[in-house]
Design a protein around this ligand. Structure first.
Ligand SMILES: NC(=O)c1ccc[n+]([C@@H]2O[C@H](COP(=O)([O-])OP(=O)(O)OC[C@H]3O[C@@H](n4cnc5c(N)ncnc54)[C@H](OP(=O)(O)O)[C@@H]3O)[C@@H](O)[C@H]2O)c1
Length: 280
């Protein structure tokens, strides 16, 4: 069996390949990336793979049994990019695709979920075996901005009192590796998330760990998008993030299925630990 991972130069892809190397020999792994030279340190075969260049996809997938399709970070016709990969996988004889989606993609109103919903439909119609990992929010989406938030005297967002269940990229990467190399995941959809908490809970944890009073203030989504653009995010990205947070206020980034813990064989990283790592 040969296992290939797209987006291998990205943060999730790298972590997934590291985990995959503990589950199978490196000779069974192919890392796929737009710039394979970025992967020279990974100790596995690397092939050039650009979702927007259909002509290079079928040759790059020769001999691949299971393909991990990490969703593109390029929002320009993301569904079309994924369609190119799915069609190439069929043509190359790939048996199964493991796709990284988002929480309840089939019904989610989040702007960010719409490409995932369309991609899941393409996968269902492809005739290939499919495993869908509906990843929740990365906890790093919040912890990466803790230091500037502390400097500013508080955390802001749009999640209100909504409960969320983010997990670390490392935990999602372990789940991806397990779903790729493990048995029994054919035609399964898993909702994945870590422990549930509110952003006020995270602010309280930050306060406890720093000894400072760091409150969480929830803003209307347009105001929060304005805050994000004021610190340099492009407007479309700010709009997507603020929309996702406003959706999270209504539970759209919450999963309590326990599937992540079952897939990775241990409890997901606790929020307290993720906060401590970000503050270190
Ligand atoms: N659930 C969440 O909270 C959350 C948050 C952020 C992102 N995401 C999604 O999860 C994915 C993985 O996350 P991440 O943290 O690993 O993101 P990342 O570090 O930004 O990596 C994205 C990967 O996508 C690759 N890519 C972009 N356009 C491509 C194309 N046309 N053809 C082939 N590869 C392409 C990038 O390749 P290059 O190295 O060549 O740029 C990179 O390897 C993201 O792409 C995004 O869809 C989810």
């Amino acid at each position: 069996m040969t296992f290939a991972v797209t987006g291998a130069s990205g943060q999730l892809g790298r972590l997934a390949i590291e985990k995959l190397k503990t589950l199978t020999g490196p000779e069974n792994i192919v890392a796929l990336a737009r710039s394979p030279e970025k992967l020279s340190d990974m100790g596995v075969a690397a092939r050039a793979f650009d979702y927007t260049k259909p002509e290079m996809l079928v040759p790059a997938l020769q001999g691949v049994t299971v393909l991990a399709l990490i969703s593109s970070s390029d929002f320009n016709d993301r569904t079309g990019q994924h369609r190119n990969v799915i069609e190439a996988a069929k043509a190359a004889g790939v048996q199964r695709i493991v796709y990284t989606s988002i929480t309840r993609a089939d019904s989610s109103p989040l702007m960010i979920a719409q490409d995932h919903k369309e991609t899941e439909k393409l996968l269902s119609a492809s005739g290939l075996q499919v495993t869908v990992l509906r990843n929740g929010w990365y906890i790093e989406n919040w912890t990466d901005s803790l230091k500037p938030s502390i400097q500013a005297g508080g955390m802001v967002g749009s999640v209100g009192a909504g409960r969320v269940s983010p997990a670390t990229r490392k935990d999602y990467a372990e789940a991806l590796a397990a779903a790729v190399a493990g048995a029994g995941h054919e035609n399964q959809t898993y909702e994945l998330g870590g422990d549930a908490f509110t952003l006020a809970d995270m602010a309280a944890e930050v306060s406890a760990q720093t000894g400072q009073n760091i409150p969480y203030t929830s803003l209307p989504k347009d105001d929060y998008a304005g805050v994000l653009t004021s610190v340099g995010l492009p407007e479309p990205v700010a709009a997507f993030i603020a929309d996702a947070e406003a959706g999270a206020a209504n539970g759209w980034l919450l999963d309590e299925s326990g599937a992540l813990a079952r897939l990775i064989g241990h409890a997901p990283t606790p929020m307290k630990q993720a906060v401590a790592a970000a503050l270190a």
